[in-house]
Design a protein around this ligand. Sequence first.
Ligand SMILES: [Zn+2]
Length: 429
Amino acid sequence: MRPPILHCSTHRADPLEPDALDAIQIWAVRNAKHLVYHFLMAIVVENVRPWGGAPADILINGDQITGVVPAGTGSAAERIDGRGLLALPGLVNTHAHIDKSWWGMPWVPYGGEATTQGRIAHERAEREKYGIPSADATTGVLREFLRLGTTRVRTHVDVDLGVGLRGIEAVRDAAARLGGAVQVEIVAFPQDGVMRRPGVLELLDEAVAAGASHIGGLDPAAIDRDPLGQLDGLFRIAAERDCGIDIHLHDGGTLGRFEYELIAERTREYAREGRVNVSHGFALSGIPLDLVDELAEIGISWTTVAPVRSAPLPLDRIRENGLRIGLGTDGIRDLWSPYGDGDILGVANTFAQLHGLRRDDDLRYAVELATSRAAGFIGADAHDIVAGARADVVLLDAQNAQDALMRSPRRELVIAGGEVVVTGGEVLV
Ligand SMILES: [Zn+2]
């Protein structure tokens, strides 16, 4: 934000017009935080290699990157020695469940029936025993994400008749405790079903009024056994509240394809182009390519945790038609599964293996999915080491992005929103 432009000369004798002074005062009060940053928080991260390229200095002012210049040419009040390390943009987790983890607690043995419905019932029966949801546990998850270089997260947060909106409050509380270092976008997620639980649609509506940017859904056929009812209900709220939809689909084969068709129809009908995401959506690997093209055309995106036993996507077609893909951890250490360490670079590695990626530009593409290409999932115009982007930078001891993808080395330094939040693998917030 810039101050109002004043036209005056050094020889001017007249005082500034009262209107102009008012304008300065109003601007200064509204932008006090930015002024403080402007004068006190200019930093330069010297001698790093963005994406493994030529040595450069990254200029940061407040929470923004203001420039990337050849190494040795940048200056600012505060200097950080980048030691020639690889610099990547902050990692982006586009599909997490930070409200339901037992991360940081004593080990919890896996139990319950190993089906989607079995996991839902098991979680509802057991979560209270472990104090889930809580701001403390969620803070622990976010700190671990940060330690691993993740600075932005889209998280699904359970909203159901038992927990109401308490999970959303816990997530917001946790994000605030870290001073906004991790930017958190909330999807109100009806894990326990929608149509089969009267009252949940109203809860979703309340969640959006309370600040959720998206509403979720879950297997409208398999869980609710009412695909039209659930989808119409979700799209109606999304259109009325002008929010996005991010729906979990586990169904494969013909049923999965049918659900994709229903979602595409409603995306057009309710003018939600560019605002709908399908999570997991395993059927995408087997649906006709013209339907994949249609999804891309109306801006339906797709997020995955790249599960080891899932089928690969038609990736060449997707890179051609521009369908947006995001990578996520899904839940880590929760009542659904003991797996997951929160490292998005690890998910990118699994994604690369699943799709047989080996060439340098393909491996870099996998790292871009985990960083710069995820901008659209977190409401950012740009998320990269470029002027104008939020100052989220991760330094790693690696030759280039491809090397980092193969080894997932320690995050030596993490800057989030212009502040150093991790050094030498230790979280400072
Ligand atoms: Zn999920």
